[in-house]
Design a protein around this ligand. Structure first.
Ligand SMILES: [Zn+2]
Length: 247
């Protein structure tokens, strides 16, 4: 079973999140051009990713040429293996963490053992267990292009500005702005840190300059990982308190 894509602007589509937050099935962005499709985030599982692929096929969307991970969290990356995509873009720290994930033997028994050893992982691991029911052949689809600060991707008359913002939710968070459409996909970067994150991870500052540039350029629509599309004024409000004046 899968959902329909929802149009946000010319060429810009959304495969909507599941509103039940326990399911942890985030928003997925799709930039659908004449000859290529670009996906922003992979889905929380092979099942979720296959739903996205079915929705794209219904629209006769061109092949997925680029996949962008907004950050390393499982609900944004564990669908990656479904896409035979030539380019996967992520922050360099996302690639480092996913390389560690890649070495792990993923299975239901491993996840249960892990949360037994570390009870703070209980919520996360139970959500993974409900999202991924079959671990046979599971693998992480690794980034092929990593960024440290910024990358502009020019493709099919569209400019995707990909910028590292960091922040307490995940230090590897990036945002993706589609310059000609003034729509930005910002992942989870404004959210609270996951309960299992360390004190050190929770103090990583968010780069307010990146957002200020988007506001200056007139971006109006912002898509977070797990909520309905927001306007710039909502984002400016959310940023208050997260940004120091000199960031
Ligand atoms: Zn996250």
């Amino acid at each position: 079973m899968y959902q329909d894509l929802v149009q946000l602007a010319d060429n810009i589509w959304l495969y909507p999140r599941d509103d039940n937050l326990e399911v942890e099935q985030p928003n997925i962005g799709a930039v659908i051009l004449d000859d290529a499709t670009i996906l922003i985030d992979a889905g929380n599982s092979p099942r979720h990713a296959r739903g996205i692929m079915s929705a794209l096929a219904d629209m006769n969307a061109p092949p997925v040429d680029y996949l962008i991970y907004t950050h390393h969290h499982w609900d944004h990356t564990f669908g990656g293996m479904v896409y035979s995509v030539p380019y996967i873009i992520a922050h360099k720290d996302c690639a480092t963490i996913l390389a560690e994930y890649e070495k792990k033997t993923w299975s239901a028994s491993h996840l249960r053992e892990e949360m037994y050893q570390n009870p703070s992982l209980k919520g996360r691991n139970n959500s993974i267990l409900s999202a991924v029911s079959d671990w046979r052949g599971f693998r992480i689809n690794m980034p092929t292009i990593t960024i440290t600060s910024h990358l502009s991707l020019y493709i099919g008359g569209m400019t995707l500005d990909i910028s590292h913002v960091g922040g307490r939710h995940a230090s590897d968070s990036i945002v993706v702005g589609i310059r000609e459409r003034k729509v930005a996909f910002i992942g989870d970067c404004l959210y609270a840190p996951p309960v299992h994150s360390t004190d050190e991870e929770q103090t990583v500052p968010i780069k307010g300059k990146v957002f200020n540039r988007l506001f200056d350029e007139g971006y109006e629509t912002f898509i977070e990982g797990h909520s309905k599309p927001l306007k710039s004024k909502d984002i400016q409000l959310a940023l208050k308190g997260l940004i120091k004046s000199d960031d």
